[in-house]
Design a protein around this ligand. Structure first.
Ligand code: 5GP
Ligand code: ZN
Length: 136
């Protein structure tokens, strides 16, 4: 992927502050963090979204995320963290190379990752389950 900035980071063509690297995955600091220490974990091989990733790359990326999340917490002393993955532009994905955000959370930080809750009518919840289960 010639125009992909994360592919360029993987190839070392543009700089990034890396915290982790193995054969399949890479972890680096987000340059515009939601909180300081916010890291991104991406497969080295270009995929656009979670659903496009091969199982090996996905396993390596989520295991790297676990490792990095532990290291962030130990290094920065945060008690919690959010894992966020935006898939598709409607979901807020801006960089079209699959990546997982790890955002350290501190007591009384000003970050809000919350949504308002909807309600299902009558049997609607089961109808939604059926629509999904058809494709599992
Ligand atoms: P998305 O909205 O696609 O899930 O998130 C993309 C993230 O990549 C953003 O949080 C943004 O700050 C970060 N980002 C964009 N360009 C670069 C870059 O060149 N280097 C690094 N380290 N992060 C970037
Ligand atoms: Zn890419």
């Amino acid at each position: 992927m010639e125009d992909c900035i994360f592919c360029k980071i993987v190839q070392g063509k543009i700089p990034a502050v890396k915290v982790y690297e193995d054969a399949h995955a890479i972890g680096f600091l987000d340059i515009m963090p939601a909180n300081k220490g916010h890291c991104l974990v991406a497969p080295k091989k270009h995929s656009q979204a979670l659903t496009d990733m091969g199982d090996k790359d996905l396993a390596a990326t989520i295991l790297a995320a676990k490792k990095i999340a532990k290291a962030i917490s130990l290094g920065l002393g945060n008690a919690g963290f959010n894992i966020v993955m935006n898939n598709g532009k409607e979901a807020g994905q801006v960089v079209n190379h699959a990546h997982i955000h790890i955002i350290p959370r501190f007591q009384k930080d000003r970050l809000r990752i919350k949504w308002s809750h909807l309600k299902y009518e009558d049997n609607e919840i089961k109808e939604y389950a059926e629509k999904i289960k058809k494709f599992i």
